[in-house]
Design a protein around this ligand. Structure first.
Ligand code: ADP
Ligand code: MG
Length: 399
């Protein structure tokens, strides 16, 4: 789960990170009033969406603008807010469809001397939390990673020892900090690391971490993501969830306890067991098409869950065909068949459907599907199922 910049900043501040003062707002009037309460004579109005690249982004149908605006007066903050709210911001992370801006963060502006990059993430190869830092922070870190990767430093942290100050100082020197700033950087690292480990984060990214003209370190942007499996331990994080920022298909799936990941392809998959789901996706690929999703209905695929899964698959406009691949181990195939039949009747099947069942009571299950009058194609095994759904989808495309 991801959260907004203003929420991440509040959490990081709690753990000792230095962040600018700011207020989250929902209307132009609130933006003006917020600016009045902030110190200094420069303010920044920032679109709050779960995607980076806002500064270099643009609003749909416009070439200029951007999701981060520097303003000089509360009235200008109001005008900027009017310009941004309820409009669709497109950045290199949102994809061409963009995201609707519903909240803004009005923040005290700061004079920037240098922009650095700092993030903590889990390196699955090293199996450790890893610090990534660079002296070339700001809006073009992607280009730095591509063109001058030697300017990016990676330091894995031993889980038994935790983060040591000497590691922080070492990174600080590598990214060109001197004197007092080295000590300040160690404080920034402690805050980021404590927040990361305490809250079961998956990512903490500060880009840019700036050296101000006054010579202090300040986190000007913050992004945090969390391990969904750890959320039950952190009700305070769960409360920060913004449903508007989540894939509606994934949200609906979560409601029914289904493991669902939306993908780019056209073949909707309903499978029980993550391993079988992965194998199903692979075999669709090897037949030359792509899955529209990963969907694991779980071992005890009940009628409610199968029904919910079908609604999600059939409600997805990019799904051109559905492949059901269920192994009846914990669940019997006849019960699965009944759930599939009733879900298809309820939702209304408009795409080709291939059903492959194996396991307990498989003959009964297949017989029920064949006798149901449903326009379903029955498959023998996984390979047969993949070939049949791919053929059905392709012949429909031609037609
Ligand atoms: P994004 O990464 O989504 O583009 P940022 O929060 O990093 O958004 O903002 C983009 C740029 O705007 C930053 O790299 C920084 O140069 C500038 N900026 C952001 N917040 C402030 C601020 N409070 N004061 C001054 N400049 C800022
Ligand atoms: Mg940024």
């Amino acid at each position: 789960m991801n959260i907004h910049e203003y929420q991440a900043k509040a959490l990081l501040k709690h753990y000792g990170m230095n962040v600018p003062l700011g207020v989250v707002v929902h209307s132009p009037g609130e933006a003006r009033d917020a600016a009045k309460t902030l110190p200094g004579s420069v303010f920044v109005v920032k679109a709050q969406i779960h995607a980076g690249g806002r500064g270099a982004g643009h609003f749909l149908g416009e070439s200029s603008g951007g999701g981060v605006r520097l303003v000089k007066t509360p009235e200008e903050a109001k005008a900027a807010a009017y310009d941004m709210l309820d409009r669709t911001l497109v950045t290199r992370q949102t994809g061409p469809a963009g995201r609707v801006v519903r909240r803004l963060y009005v923040e005290a502006g700061c004079a920037i001397e240098r922009e650095l990059y700092l993030s903590l993430l889990i390196d699955r190869v090293a199996r450790r939390i890893t610090v990534v830092a660079s002296d070339a922070g700001g809006m073009s870190i992607e280009n730095v990673a591509e063109k001058t990767p030697e300017r990016i430093y990676k330091v894995p942290i031993d889980p038994a020892l935790g983060l040591s100050d000497y590691q922080s100082r070492d990174i600080a020197v590598k990214i060109g900090l001197k004197g007092q700033l080295i000590r300040e950087f160690a404080q920034v690292m402690r805050a980021a690391y404590t927040a990361f480990t305490t809250l079961d984060a998956a990512l903490v990214e500060i880009n840019p971490l700036v050296v101000t003209k006054e010579g202090t370190l300040l986190a000007l942007d913050a992004k945090m993501g969390f391990d969904d499996n750890g959320l039950f331990r952190h009700k305070e994080i769960e409360e920060l969830r913004d449903p508007n920022e989540e894939d509606p298909r994934e949200r609906e799936a979560a409601r029914f306890g289904l493991s669902y990941v939306g993908l780019e392809g056209t073949i909707g998959c309903m499978v029980n067991g993550a391993g079988l789901a992965m194998a199903t996706m692979d075999i669709i690929h090897s037949e030359g098409e792509s899955p529209a999703n990963f969907l694991d209905v779980g071992g005890g695929a009940s009628r409610e869950r199968v029904g919910a899964a079908f609604r999600i698959l059939l409600g997805d406009p990019s799904v051109e065909g559905v492949l059901v691949n269920i192994f009846g181990g914990i669940m019997r195939c006849d019960i699965i068949a009944e759930a599939v039949i009733s879900a298809c009747r309820e939702v209304g099947l408009k795409t080709p459907l291939v059903v492959r069942l194996a396991g307990t009571k498989v003959e009964e299950g297949l017989k029920m599907i064949e006798e149901s009058g449903l326009d379903a194609i029955v498959a023998e095994d996984l390979g047969d199922a993949a070939r049949k759904i791919v053929a059905a989808v392709r012949s429909r495309r031609v037609a």
